[in-house]
Design a protein around this ligand. Sequence first.
Ligand code: PGA
Length: 248
Amino acid sequence: MSPLIIANWKMKLGLDESRLLAQAVKKIPTGSTEVVICPSFPSLTTVSAVLARSRFALGAQDCFWEPHGAYTGAVSPETLHEIGCRYVIVGHSERRQYLGETDEMVHRKVAAALSAGLVPIICVGETFEQRQTGHQDYALIQQTSRALEGIALTEDQQLIVAYEPVWVIGTGQAINPDQAQTAHQVIRQTLIDLFPLTLVTENIRIIYGGSVDSGNVADFVRLEHTAGVLVGNASLDAGAFAALIRSV
Ligand code: PGA
């Protein structure tokens, strides 16, 4: 499978900035790499129009767990699909931390995203405290299994699990690739306990996120059972992002 790079623009760009960055990104040669751009909600339609008929796929940064109804301020996964999204990030640690997103909410969002025909990118990762107290594996197993237990993944559906150690996000200092490899093995074993092996191998990808840049990306994509990376800061500048894609 070709490597996957997912750009998470978070809430860092305005409308014009998003359009300009999308126009610049669209010109970057991607080779066989699959690249997904996840702008903020208000920029989705603009960026969707810019990236239409390009090799870049569109993703959202969150969705609600119901397709429609009286849910003020929420965003339907069906509408995201209509806008042109193929992917949606679910359970990012910033949402867990600032908006009280729980494993149960993540679970419901994963189910709703799959029903809407989207590929969920489920973020899991330990905090610094969990790591220091020896609870890293426990946190990864809990978050992964709670998000996915009872989800009936079919052969035509895909899932992505992004391992993002919470304490390295946005710091400019990624973890050692060996540590990522160990975490990915824990996640993969959890997936094997939940789904048939063929589905885990063919329909589910595990990626790494947390201070990925053009200097370290190659060390992560070459890891066993690592299908790609989720990138925040290094995706906000077209030059830096082009260098990152080239390194892959
Ligand atoms: P970062 O963000 O690359 O800036 O660490 C990654 C993320 O939060 O998805």
